[in-house]
Design a protein around this ligand. Structure first.
Ligand code: NAD
Length: 484
């Protein structure tokens, strides 16, 4: 059976890559090959950057409100095609359709937030900084920006950056994850209808060669990256070496702690979503569950029963509770971590290794898996598994939980369930991760707040979206004036 090959979008046209190597795209629920993606070349990157460079002067001189109007039209177009985007997303990534809808909603919210450019991009002024001298700080776009995206949020993550870069007057090159290239292809088909000037926004599919082409390109001013920590660190270092702005968001090992005074029953749905939503493939997924003190037995019993009730299946089926992981290779990786947990002495109390789904024998499924008696030094308590595997590390008090969190290296998110304001305050004051949930299992900042962690979870200083992103995509030029 022939499958479509994803094409690049350069200078307002759909073009074939010059690549001679290709990757396969799978429907993870059925195990069928559904598309092919070119592993693009440096030549493809050069073409896209040339188009973006040529488009920059006129786009930069386009009034910010006019630039924002393109985004208003884009938002309407996305709304018109909302369900189509969500279905493509689920088909290639595997997450359940309702989560895909939530992701597309968050993608659109970034477009909405970026339209606030006429206030959010404003500079500042002070008269009389000295006798008869005035000072003005102007925010100016810098040229061509690029983003390199991960596989787990194929619709949303590129849009943590793209609309802000554009609305600030920059032009853009996107490289989606080669594992899930169909979603942004669909998104760019919609974008194409909005009629941005040629070259303002471009997309090049591919893998490492495209990434390295971006990192080394002298005409790219800055790079936004989201992915695993080793790649994030590599991107950060290489951008430093080639003199680019960079924001590189990495992996996670998030801890969700439950105090004895937490209200367990109302907490349970959000606890289950935290650990098993997106089949554990979120940078905000719970990975370690830490019952504090005497709550352990009751919490573990309720949590395990709720996990057992999660129904595995094709994400396109509205009744499915949890879809597959993204690929056969990733399934093997997750299974490898389960084996390691057993080998290192953790107690497997729910085993998802042999989970099967009726009529989908070739899907990349792993069932909810829970380990009890995990100690902080075990591999499954230190490394990012990125699957539906929960490590329970019991703690005696909130101080022990904070120590556990602050010794993980990753510092993306941390959550606490409690009824005590004082305990909550101590927790949010002392933990290193930058995204904190109190009685919330997935501490996901919305588009108008910054998204990103600390430690090994974030290389750089300015995070995704939020108000600060306007700083990343502009240079503040200071003009000091005296008129004699
Ligand atoms: P990944 O690092 O494997 O890939 C991300 C991107 O980098 C892809 O576009 C890929 O083509 C490219 N890439 C991968 N290896 C490369 C290399 N050696 N050289 C050059 N380019 C390379 O990440 P992934 O598996 O696609 O995504 C999952 C990871 O992303 C998890 O670690 C997850 O925690 C993280 N993530 C983090 C956030 C956050 O906000 N911090 C959000 C989403 C995902």
């Amino acid at each position: 059976m022939t499958v479509p090959t994803m094409r690049n979008y350069i200078n307002g046209e759909w073009v074939e890559s010059a690549a001679t190597t290709f990757g396969d795209v799978w429907n993870p629920a059925t195990g069928e090959k559904i598309a092919r993606v070119a592993y693009g070349t440096r030549g493809d990157v050069d073409q896209a950057v040339a188009a973006a460079t040529a488009a920059f002067p006129e786009w930069r001189a386009t009034p910010p409100l006019t630039r924002a109007r393109y985004l208003f039209r884009l938002k309407e177009a996305f709304e018109d095609h909302f369900e189509e985007i969500a279905r493509v997303l689920t088909t290639e990534q595997g997450k359940v359709i309702d989560e895909a809808r939530g992701e597309v909603r968050r993608m659109i919210e970034n477009v909405e937030h970026a339209t606030g450019v006429t206030t959010l991009m404003c500079g500042y002024t002070l008269e009389d900084i000295a006798k008869d001298i005035d000072c003005t700080g102007h925010r100016q776009p810098l040229g061509v920006f690029a983003a390199i995206a991960p596989y787990n949020f194929p619709a949303m993550v590129p849009w943590w950056f793209l609309p802000y870069a554009l609305v600030c007057g920059n032009t853009f090159v996107l490289k989606p994850s080669e594992q899930v290239p169909m979603t942004q292809t669909k998104v760019f088909e919609i974008l194409d209808q909005v009629g941005f000037p040629e070259g303002v926004v471009n997309m090049v599919h591919g893998s490492r060669e495209v990434v390295n082409g971006i990192l080394d390109h002298p005409d790219i001013a800055g790079v936004s990256f989201v992915g695993s920590s080793p790649t994030a660190k590599y991107i950060y270092e290489r951008c430093g070496a080639t003199g680019k702005r960079v924001q590189a968001l990495g992996g996670a090992k998030n801890i969700v702690a439950v105090m004895p005074d937490a209200k367990l029953d109302p907490a349970m749905p959000s606890l289950i979503t935290s650990f098993f939503g997106c089949t554990g493939q979120r940078c905000l997924s719970g990975s370690i569950l830490s019952p504090v003190g005497g709550v352990a037995d009751e919490l573990i019993a309720k949590f395990t029963a709720a996990a057992q009730a999660v129904t595995l299946g094709d994400g396109l089926n509205e009744k499915t509770g949890m879809g597959p992981v993204v690929s056969a290779a990733h399934r093997q990786r997750v299974l490898g971590y389960i084996e390691k947990g057993i080998a290192e002495g953790a107690k497997l109390i729910l085993d998802g290794r042999s989970a099967k789904v009726k009529d989908l024998p070739n899907g990349f499924f792993v069932g909810p898996t829970i380990f009890d008696d995990v100690t902080p030094d075990m591999t499954i308590a230190r490394e990012e598994i990125f699957g539906p595997v929960v490590s329970i590390v019991r703690c005696k008090n909130v101080g022990e939980v904070v120590d556990l969190i602050n010794t993980r290296g990753f510092a993306n998110a941390a959550c606490l369930y409690t009824s005590s304001g004082a305990v909550a305050r101590e927790f949010k004051y002392r933990v290193k991760p930058s995204m904190v949930g109190i009685n919330i299992g997935i501490a996901a900042p919305m588009s108008f707040f910054p998204f990103g962690g600390a430690g090994q979870s974030m290389f750089g200083d300015i995070k995704g979206h939020g108000q600060e992103i306007f700083q990343f995509f502009t240079d503040t030029k200071v003009v000091i004036e005296r008129w004699l």
